[in-house]
Design a protein around this ligand. Structure first.
Ligand SMILES: *Cc1c(COP(=O)(O)O)cnc(C)c1O
Length: 451
């Protein structure tokens, strides 16, 4: 019997994070101050982030040590397992060999604690008392609450209103780990109150909730802000996934031809793929595919320009693929993929043709999730199911061409707190949103002019 489950030992938890900035074929575009349009420096970011994380954000070093306190917490669930999806291969009748790295074994059920833990650690170390953050479907809010609880920090979460009302269970996780959660737009901040005045029924969006959390941090001396994706230091922390995966593939005697991850802000995708991309920069043949929803198609339909990271225009301008900072995507069930922008690093790699992107509608995505759950057993998060959809498409191509390629994907989380979405799917109430072309054109027309 060939191996199904490929496990590592505690000593195999990486001792360093991999910083892809050191290996990029061309230099990154710096974030700009929205007023002066000059590059922002560490001083500009100090009111909202601790220095330890700011230094990582701009570090040119290829390897950055993981503090022992962080590795000890990682060890509560890392190394995460890798599986060969033999039953899925059989169900698809494909000659492809499919592997997945499963990040749903963390206490929060996703990859997000890989970064929430070091973020809480550096804040605690610098004397911060409280962290403020936003959350869409609640995955990041719960992951940060978990991490703040480990380090004895207070935590305030601004949760996008639709999710706050439709997904009460992640709200309960946030409360269980001792954090405070507000429905966003809230009456706690100027940015929240301004939106509520204009539109009392606003369903909220990630962009709005980010504005609220940043304002909270900027107006309280003992409070800093934490972001769950997009930024360089977040992607850096997630590279523990790909480093472990490389060892596991080697144990299986394989190297992937294709790597696939779903892409919201880009962190789980980057976490798995960046350590392998280092090999591609060195000449290795490798396809890497980021998968997003058709209703929020940042890479496949957005523009590569400077834009704000939030609706309230409080962040620096960052060069990324964007649908416009005030774009509010349709309420699909993959809440973690509803962000108007994308990580600058992932955006640059896509712009330079080093990675590919694919977009799928949610009905096809849930069909893929069902196929996966009925073969492998694990019920995937709706976000992760986007990756599965792309895997199934690639496996079908392998079948047609009779090519036994090796496909590796990131199963970024389980879907046990998204069963409401599965209910809607099985009840025939789930619909496919078309690409909201006019809304995107309108919000792109409001992107600030730079250069
Ligand atoms: C948040 C989340 C995502 C999307 O965020 P990325 O930063 O793009 O990884 C994907 N999958 C799961 C399970 C999530 O919780």
């Amino acid at each position: 019997m060939s191996q199904t489950k490929i496990l590592l030992e505690e000593k195999d938890i990486p001792s360093q994070w991999y910083n892809i900035l050191a290996d990029l074929p061309s230099p990154p575009s710096p974030p700009l101050h929205p007023g002066t349009k000059q590059p922002v420096g560490p001083d500009d970011l100090a009111p909202i982030f601790p220095i330890g994380l700011i230094m990582q954000e701009v570090s040119p070093d290829r390897w950055i040590d993981i503090p022992e306190e962080v590795r000890e917490i990682y060890a509560l669930w890392r190394p995460t397992p890798m599986y060969r999806a033999k039953r899925l291969e059989a169900a698809l009748g494909t000659p492809a060999r499919i592997y997945y790295k499963y990040e749903g074994t963390s206490p929060a059920g996703s990859h997000k604690p890989n970064t929430s833990v070091p973020q809480a650690y550096y804040n605690k170390k610098e004397g911060v008392r409280r962290l403020a953050t936003e959350t869409g479907a609640g995955q990041w809010g719960s992951a940060l609450s978990l991490a703040c609880n480990y380090f004895g920090l207070e935590c305030t979460v601004y949760m996008v209103r639709v999710s706050y009302e439709q997904k009460p269970y992640r709200r309960s996780m946030i409360q269980t780990w001792g954090a405070t959660v507000h429905s966003s737009p809230s009456d706690k901040t100027n940015s929240g109150r301004a939106i509520r005045e204009k539109d009392p029924e606003s369903p909220g969006s990630l962009g709005i909730a980010i504005s609220e959390a940043i304002e909270d941090a900027a107006t309280h001396d003992d409070t800093k802000y934490a972001l769950g994706s997009v930024l360089n230091h977040v992607l850096l922390h997630q590279t523990v996934i790909g480093q472990e995966a490389k060892k596991q593939m080697a144990l299986a005697g394989e190297y992937p031809d294709i790597i696939i991850g779903c892409c919201g802000g880009g962190s789980n995708f980057a976490g798995l793929s960046f350590p392998f991309l280092a090999d591609k920069f060195a000449g290795k043949d490798l396809r890497v595919i980021a998968v997003e929803p058709i209703s929020c198609p940042t890479l496949t339909k957005g523009k590569y320009v400077y834009d704000f990271g939030d609706t309230g225009q409080l962040t620096p301008l960052i060069r990324m693929y964007t649908l416009g900072h005030d774009f509010v995507p349709p309420g699909i069930h993959a809440g973690g993929l509803r962000y108007h922008g994308d990580s600058p690093l992932v955006s640059q790699l896509y712009h330079e043709g080093l990675i590919e992107a694919q977009a799928y509608g949610q009905l096809g995505v849930f069909d893929a999730a069902k196929t996966f759950a009925r073969s492998e057993g694990i019920i995937p998060a709706p976000e992760s199911a986007h990756a599965i959809k792309a895997v199934i498409e690639e496996a079908a191509r392998c079948k047609e061409a009779r090519e036994p390629k090796v496909i590796l994907f990131n199963l970024s989380g389980h879907g046990l707190l998204d069963l409401g979405a599965y209910d809607a799917y099985f009840g025939g109430q789930l619909m496919d949103y078309a690409y909201p072309e006019e809304m995107v054109a309108a919000s792109l027309s409001r992107v600030p002019a730079v250069g």
